[in-house]
Design a binder for this molecule. Structure first.
Ligand code: CU
Length: 331
């Protein structure tokens, strides 16, 4: 790590939050953090020098008495002075440029090891789709990845796409923000050094519910991650009989927008619901995934997320109960 006069733990302690940019937990975030401290140090030094000279001049050349009228000696055309105030700033700017270019290159050109996890992230108004092509997993809003031991890195490489408009993937403790742009695949990577839940936020204004397009990244031990992958790649457990709730789900337009693996539902406009109950939250992290919230969501999504792209389907109370019960079986 770059030696700095501002101890990182102090900054992390000053601003304790799950999105703390001063508490990097992954290599790209660490590189950005180190660079920002370096820039802060250089600009702080410039500030101190300029401000000291200014204060010195103000005091030294102040008007001492009412009768004192003369100006200090005026100096015109000093080549030395002009060289100094041209060359020094140019050197500072070149240094900052090279330091930034080095970090950008090291993050962008990082080689992808064979054991890297690959995830395609698709931004939608106003939720996140995650596809793990080689693991045959599709999920929404809650990204699961393995922790990466710096001695044996298992980074996750993300391909970023958009289904509609510009979005931006930003989990400050893991990496810098990277935009998701229609018809222009972007990529980024993370190698979290600790397990835990890392939060973020869509960082590019994308419409009315942009602020409620939250990011949740679950960094798990390798064993936990492998177990999660196994569970996600199974079809949902079924009792054999088709419940009343499933019938309603299938004859209402739900199936045009949602997929439940192994059933008639194969829509792709909304989140995949195959393993809905394995998620802690619904609607991109906006509310906890509880039966009451699920029911309220299906009854009227706008009561939770005004302007969301899921319409209220006008179900009766018994229908709502049945559909909620059915969704609760999707483990
Ligand atoms: Cu967005």
């Amino acid at each position: 790590m770059h030696p700095s006069f501002i101890p990182a733990f102090l900054l992390a302690g000053l601003f304790p939050s799950a999105t703390n940019i001063f508490a990097p937990a992954s290599t790209p975030a660490q590189s950005i953090f180190d660079l920002s401290l370096f820039v802060l140090e250089v600009t702080a030094a410039v500030f101190v020098v300029v401000f000291s000279l200014l204060a010195y001049s103000v005091v030294k050349f102040r008007k001492r008495s009412a009768t004192e009228g003369r100006e200090p000696a005026q100096v015109y055309g000093s080549t030395q002075l002009e060289l100094a105030w041209t060359v020094i700033p140019v050197l500072i700017v070149v240094t900052l440029f090279l330091a930034s270019a080095r970090v950008i290159a090291s993050v962008q050109n990082a080689p992808k090891p064979d054991n890297a996890i690959e995830v395609t992230v698709i931004g939608h108004q106003f939720w996140w789709e995650y596809r793990y092509p080689s693991l045959k997993v599709v999920t929404a809003n809650e990204l699961h990845i393995p922790v990466s031991d710096p001695a044996h890195p298992t980074p996750t490489f993300l391909t970023l796409l958009s289904a509609d408009t510009d979005h931006s993937f930003w989990v400050p403790r893991l990496a810098g923000k990277t935009d998701l742009i229609p018809n222009h695949p972007n990529s980024t990577w993370v190698d979290p050094h600790e397990t835990g839940l890392f939060l973020g936020q869509c960082a590019q204004y994308c419409g009315v519910q942009h602020a409620m397009m939250l990011l949740r990244v679950y960094v798990q031990t390798r064993d936990d991650f492998d177990r999660w992958v196994r569970e996600q790649s199974l079809p949902p457990q079924s009792t054999g009989a088709i419940s009343e709730g499933q019938k309603i789900f299938e004859r209402t337009a739900c199936i045009n927008c949602h997929t439940v693996a192994g059933t008639a539902a194969n829509g792709v406009f909304g989140p995949d619901l195959t393993h809905l109950m394995s998620r802690d939250t619904i609607a991109a992290g906006v509310v906890a995934n509880t039966p009451a919230n699920l029911r309220r969501w299906i009854q009227d999504p706008d009561s939770i997320k005004p302007g969301s792209k899921m319409p209220a389907m006008g179900l009766s109370d018994p229908e709502l109960d049945a559909v909620t019960q059915y969704l609760e079986t999707l483990r």
